[in-house]
Write a protein that binds this ligand. Structure first.
Ligand SMILES: Cc1cc2nc3c(=O)[nH]c(=O)nc-3n(C[C@H](O)[C@H](O)[C@H](O)COP(=O)(O)O)c2cc1C
Length: 181
């Protein structure tokens, strides 16, 4: 399915959606989102991310029970995980501790923007009990969940939190807001 949403529209209008319609999301749509996720950049092209698409209601309910940051029960979840051992082999301590986390975040943003472009709401969730999630998803030793992405048809239209680029942008030197110094 093609989308006519531009990248800029998706970036500006994607919101963290925390209430979803009950409709299930077909597996092929979720798989497509993960395919777009793995087109994200990764440090040293490590690609040590691993993804678990969760559609079974009882597993989603179990995740909800150990994730205080999951404010309702979505129809689907994509768990973005990292193979931490492989990340160490490919990128050393930096790869294991830092790059792998950033890579997961890059894939997450691809997934969330692509989902938005196809009419789906998402919410990134970091507030979860890591060991409990690993147990629920059957993650082998060394594979860690970095972020859960809740996905579903939106049942709310959140108000966009304000962004003020003027407060956070400097030109050439920190503190210079007009670049004329
Ligand atoms: C790393 C990260 C972790 C987050 N964890 C949670 C979470 O556990 N639960 C939640 O409801 N939202 C979570 N969010 C969503 C943020 O609250 C949200 O992005 C922020 O309020 C801005 O709103 P917006 O995404 O609609 O622009 C997280 C976002 C990021 C980037």
């Amino acid at each position: 399915m093609q989308s006519t949403t531009t990248v800029e529209e998706a970036i500006r209008n994607r919101r963290s959606v925390r209430r979803y319609q009950a409709d299930s999301i077909p597996l092929d749509r979720l798989t497509r989102l993960v395919e777009l996720g793995v087109w994200a950049p990764s440090g040293g092209n490590a690609q040590t991310w691993r993804f678990v698409i969760v559609t079974r209601p009882e597993i989603i309910r179990a995740l909800h029970a150990v994730a205080p940051g999951m404010l309702s029960i979505p129809p689907a979840v994509i768990a973005i995980c990292q193979d931490k051992k492989l990340a160490f082999q490919r990128g050393g301590k930096l790869g294991q501790e830092c790059t792998s986390v950033m890579d997961a975040a890059m894939a997450a943003q691809n997934i969330m923007l692509a989902a938005f472009a196809h009419g789906l709401g998402t919410c990134p969730i970091l507030s979860f009990h890591s060991e409990a999630v690993a147990r629920i998803l059957g993650l082998p030793e060394g594979i860690e969940a970095e972020l859960l992405i809740a996905i579903g048809k939106p049942a709310e239209q959140p108000v966009p939190p304000t962004r003020t680029v003027g407060d956070v942008l400097f030109i050439n030197q920190y503190g210079d807001t007009n670049g004329k110094q």
